[in-house]
Design a protein around this ligand. Structure first.
Ligand code: NAD
Ligand code: GLY
Length: 360
C-alpha cells in the first residue's frame, strides 16, 4: 500500500508519504521536497541499529551529506540538556540555514529534533521519519515541537511544520507490543473525537490484539483526520484542541508519576477514561458509550485506571498544563462517540470525584 496525504497549509503544505519500505526512498523524497546539502539525522539507541543505516544511505545516495546523532531512548531525552547537545552537534557539523534535520524515531525524537530545527539559526527545515505507531498517527504531523522541563510536559516548544513526513509501515514490525498498544491509544482518540466508523472498526480489531495485521488503512485514516484538523486550525485557536482529548489528565499523570513511568499513550488511555466519565456527568455521552471506550482501551492492553497517584499531585500538575487558564483546566468532552466539544470547564469538586472514581 502506498498513499500520499497532503497537509494543506498554503506555502507551508507538505506531504505525508505512507507505505511499506519507504525508508529507502527517504533521499529521493527529500530531494523532491527541495531540500539540499548537509543534514543531521537524530535518532535514539533503539532505532539506530534497526534503521539508521538505511536512512543514512538513502540520503547519501540522493546527494545529501548526512551526519548521525544517536541519543538515549525514552521520554527523559526530551530535555533541555539534549536540546543543547543537538545545538552543539549542529555547530560542530556546520549546519547552516540551508541544512536540515531528520527526526528518525518516535515522538520523543520527533518533538526534540523539531524544536532544535525550529530554533537553530532561528529555524531550519526538518523531516519527520516516525517509527512508532504513536508518532505516525499523531506527533509527526502538525508541527508541534518541544521539550519537557521540570515544571511540566511540553511547556517549551514551537509550531514548526516539517518539510515532509516519511512513514515506513515496515518499521512497526520491530515495535514492542507495549509501544504498539500506546500508539493505539491515540488511534482510539481519533475514533472518539471524529470518526465513529473508525471506533467501530477498532472494536472489531481489538478482539485479536496485538495480532491486528495490516494497520495501513487505520494509520492513513488517522493521518487524514489530523491533516484536516491542522488545516482548519494550525495554531490551536480552537478546533485543534480536540486532539487533546484525554491529554489534560494524561500530562498530569506523566508529570506526577515521573516522566517515563507511564508511556505517553498509556497516560492518554487513562486520561480518556477520565474525560469520558466527565463527559457522562456534564455532556450527552451515555454510560454505555463511556463503557465502550473503556472496554476498547482495556482490550488493547491499555491501563484504564490509576493505582497510586494522589489527587493533590494530579491537580497541581493540571494547573501548569498549557490548556489551563487562571488555574482552571479546560477539557475536551464527548457528546457521543465521534463528536467532542472543546474548552469545557468542569466544577472543581467533580474533577476530584471523577478522579477518585477511576482510581483503583
Ligand atoms: P518514544 O519516542 O519514546 O518511542 C517509544 C520507544 O520505542 C522508544 O524506546 C524507542 O526507542 C522505541 N522505538 C521507536 N521506534 C521503534 C521501532 N520501529 N522498533 C523498535 N523500537 C522502536 O515514544 P512515542 O510514544 O513514539 O512518543 C511519545 C512522545 O510523543 C511524548 O513525548 C509525547 O509528548 C509526544 N507527542 C507529541 C505530539 C505532537 O503533536 N508533537 C503528539 C503526541 C505525542
Ligand atoms: N497531539 C496534539 C496536536 O497535535 O495538536
Amino acid at each position: 500500500m502506498k498513499r500520499d496525504i497532503t497537509v494543506d497549509l498554503g506555502d507551508r503544505s507538505y506531504p505525508i508519504h505512507i507505505g511499506s519500505g519507504n525508508l529507502d526512498s527517504l533521499g529521493t523524497a527529500c530531494k523532491a521536497a527541495g531540500l539540499k546539502g548537509r543534514c543531521l539525522i537524530v535518532t535514539d539507541e533503539n532505532v539506530a541499529p534497526l534503521y539508521a543505516d538505511r536512512a543514512f544511505q538513502s540520503l547519501e545516495k540522493a546527494g545529501f551529506t548526512p551526519v548521525l546523532e544517536t541519543l538515549p531512548a525514552g521520554e527523559p531525552t526530551k530535555s533541555q540538556a539534549q536540546l543543547l547537545n543537538l545545538y552543539s552537534k549542529a555547530a560542530a557539523h556546520g549546519l547552516d540555514r540551508h541544512s536540515f534535520m531528520v527526526a528518525l524515531g518516535g515522538g520523543v525524537i520527533g518533538d526534540l529534533t523539531g524544536f532544535a530545527a525550529a530554533s537553530w539559526l532561528r529555524g531550519i527545515r526538518f523531516v519527520q521519519v516516525p517509527t512508532t505507531l504513536l508518532a505516525m498517527v499523531d506527533s509527526s504531523v502538525g508541527g508541534k515541537t518541544g521539550i519537557n522541563i521540570p515544571a511540566g510536559k511540553n511547556l517549551v516548544g514551537a509550531f514548526h511544520q516539517p518539510s515532509l513526513v516519511m512513514l515506513d509501515l515496515n518499521t512497526l514490525k520491530t515495535l514492542p507490543p507495549r509501544e504498539l498498544a500506546a500508539g493505539m491509544a491515540e488511534v482510539v482518540k481519533y475514533g472518539v473525537i471524529w470518526d465513529e466508523e473508525l471506533f467501530r472498526a477498532l472494536e472489531k480489531a481489538a478482539a485479536k490484539f496485538p495480532d491486528i495485521g495490516d494497520l495501513s488503512e487505520i494509520v492513513a485514516r488517522c493521518c487524514e483526520i489530523k491533516a484536516e484538523v491542522v488545516r482548519q486550525d494550525e495554531r490551536e485557536g480552537g478546533l485543534r484542541s480536540i486532539l487533546n482529548f484525554g491529554h489534560t489528565a494524561a500530562h498530569a499523570i506523566e508529570n506526577a508519576a515521573g516522566y517515563g513511568r507511564y508511556l505517553h499513550g498509556e497516560a492518554v488511555a487513562i486520561g480518556m477514561v477520565y474525560a469520558a466519565h466527565l463527559s457522562v456527568a456534564l455532556k450527552e455521552l451515555s454510560v454505555e458509550e463511556s463503557a465502550r471506550i473503556e472496554k476498547l482501551l482495556a482490550g488493547l492492553s491499555l491501563p484504564v485506571g490509576v493505582p497510586e497517584l494522589a489527587w493533590k499531585d494530579i491537580r497541581a500538575a493540571m494547573a501548569v498544563d498549557k490548556k489551563t487558564v487562571g488555574g482552571l483546566p479546560k477539557f475536551v468532552l464527548a457528546d457521543r462517540i465521534g463528536h467532542v466539544e472543546f474548552g469545557c470547564e468542569v466544577p472543581e469538586k467533580l474533577l476530584e470525584e471523577v478522579w477518585n472514581g477511576i482510581s483503583q
